[in-house]
Design a binder for this molecule. Structure first.
Ligand code: LTN
Length: 330
C-alpha cells in the first residue's frame, strides 16, 4: 500500500487560503494519483499546542472533517480520520522526541515566529510540534506529503529523523517526499497582503471563511486592499494586494498570471475584483452546499469511524515493529 498523507489543524473555520492551498489540492492530487491511498486527518492534537476552548474545538474538528468531504475527495481511496482517535500518533510522537535534538527544534522558523509573537504562554508542545508531525507521517510510511511552503522545513526535519532512526535501529521508515503546492500555497490577508491569510487575524475583513455568507465574501473581495496605479499586473514586491488577488484568480481558473494580465489589460481594478468575487463565490457556493449535507449527515460519523479503524490497523502494526527495533518489546 502506498500512501499520500496530510493533515489540517482545526484551530478555526478553514479559510479560502486553506481551501486553495490545501483542500482543493488534495482533490486534484487524488484524481491524478489513483494508485495511492489518501490518508487525510484532522490534526486536533496539533491544534491544542495553543489553547482551544473545548466546545469550539469540538465544533471545528467536525467542521474540518465535513469540509474535507465537501471539497470533493473521492471516498474510494480515502481514509479520513481524527488524529487523537489513533493513539499511536502520540506514542510515536514521543519516540520522535527522543530522536530529535533540541537544536533542530530550536531552528524551526515556525516555532521561532510564534515565540516572537507570543511572549507569554508558549507551551512545550509548540516546541515539540515537529516531532509529532514527523510521527504523523512516519507512522504510515507515507510516500508523499502535500503541504504548503510554510511546512517544508518540518518535512525536512521529518526526513532527517527517519534517516537517523533507520541508521540507528535498522531500516524501519520510508523517508517521505514533500509535494509543495506552488500556486496558492500562500494566499495572503486581503487587508494586509504581506501577511498570510489566517483564521486568527485581528481584522476579519482580511480573511474569507469557507462557511461564511456569500454576500459577505463578495464584499470582502471588493474591499480588498490594492494600490492606486490601476494596472492588473503581478508584482509581489510592489503590488502585493493585486498580486494576491491574481493568485486567487489563477488558482481557481488555472490561468497563468500573464493570461490574467492580458485579459484585464485596460480594465482597472473594479471589473477585475467583481469577476474575481463571482469566481470565488461560485466555487465556495458548491463547497457550502456539499458541506451542508455532510455536517448534518450521520454518514460523516460513519466515515470517521471507518477511517479510525483503518488508520489504527496500520498504526498498530507499524508501532509494534518500531518498538521492537528499539528494544521495547518483551
Ligand atoms: N503542521 C501542519 C498540519 C499537520 C500536517 C501533519 C501536515 C500536522 N501533521 C502531517 C502534513 C502531514 C500545518 O500546520 N499545516
Amino acid at each position: 500500500m502506498k500512501f499520500v498523507l496530510s493533515g489540517v489543524k482545526p484551530t478555526g473555520i478553514p479559510t479560502l487560503g486553506n481551501y486553495l492551498g490545501a483542500l482543493k489540492n488534495f482533490v486534484r492530487l487524488q484524481n491524478s494519483m489513483k494508485d495511492y491511498e489518501f490518508l487525510i486527518f484532522v490534526a486536533d492534537l496539533h491544534a491544542i499546542t495553543t489553547y482551544q476552548k473545548p466546545e469550539e474545538l469540538k465544533e471545528h474538528i467536525r467542521t474540518v472533517a465535513a469540509l474535507y468531504l465537501a471539497c470533493g475527495l473521492d471516498l474510494d481511496n480515502l481514509t479520513l480520520f481524527i488524529q487523537s482517535e489513533v493513539h499511536e500518533h502520540v506514542e510515536l510522537g514521543y519516540v520522535m522526541q527522543s530522536v530529535a535534538y533540541m537544536g533542530e527544534l530550536e531552528r524551526m522558523t515556525q516555532y521561532k515566529d510564534k515565540m516572537q509573537k507570543q511572549v507569554q504562554g508558549v507551551t512545550s508542545a509548540l516546541f515539540t510540534y515537529p516531532a509529532l508531525m514527523a510521527a504523523d507521517i512516519l507512522l504510515y510510511n507515507a510516500t508523499y506529503v502535500p503541504v504548503g511552503d510554510d511546512q517544508v522545513q518540518h518535512l525536512e526535519l521529518t526526513r532527517d529523523l527517519a534517516t537517523r532512526f533507520n541508521s540507528r535501529y535498522g531500516e524501519t521508515f520510508v523517508v517521505p517526499q514533500v509535494l509543495v503546492q506552488k500556486t496558492a500555497s500562500r494566499i495572503m490577508d486581503l487587508q494586509n497582503p504581506t501577511r498570510k491569510m489566517d483564521k486568527s487575524a485581528e481584522n476579519p475583513k482580511g480573511c474569507i471563511f469557507l462557511t461564511e455568507p456569500l454576500d459577505q465574501i463578495r464584499k470582502k473581495i471588493k474591499a480588498a486592499v490594492t494600490d492606486n496605479d490601476g494596472i492588473v499586473r503581478y508584482d509581489v514586491e510592489n503590488k502585493p494586494g493585486i498580486s494576491n488577488l491574481m493568485s486567487i484568480y489563477a488558482s481557481i481558473t488555472e490561468m497563468t498570471f500573464q493570461q490574467i494580465e492580458e485579459k484585464y489589460h485596460e480594465c482597472g481594478y473594479g471589473i477585475f475584483k467583481s469577476d474575481l468575487a463571482e469566481l470565488v463565490v461560485t466555487e465556495i457556493d458548491k463547497v457550502q452546499k456539499e458541506y451542508d449535507y455532510w455536517i448534518n449527515s450521520s454518514e460523516l460519523d460513519q466515515i470517521l469511524n471507518e477511517g479510525k479503524a483503518r488508520a489504527s490497523m496500520f498504526a498498530r502494526s507499524n508501532m509494534r515493529k518500531i518498538y521492537e527495533k528499539m528494544g521495547l518489546k518483551r
